[in-house]
Design a protein. Structure first.
Length: 72
């Protein structure tokens, strides 16, 4: 799925939609973002009007379930 890329290869992600305010990803998307991006990766949330909010993967899902949580 990631074509040989590692989590650390991704620096930022932009999510834009035709909405009244900068669009925010759903819960399932937040989990996928937390799995594919480093926790400090910049996430830009925007709309077609040019409004942009900047956050991080960690701020989108502060208590994300991670593979380390599977270690018993």
């Amino acid at each position: 799925m990631m074509n040989g890329k590692k989590k650390e290869d991704f620096l930022a992600l932009a999510i834009v939609a035709n909405a009244r305010r900068p669009v925010s990803p759903c819960g399932a998307c937040r989990q996928v973002i937390s799995e594919l991006f480093p926790s400090n990766a910049t996430i830009y949330l925007g709309n077609l009007e040019g409004e942009v909010k900047e956050t991080t993967a960690k701020e989108l899902l502060p208590y994300a379930f991670e593979k380390e949580d599977m270690d018993i």
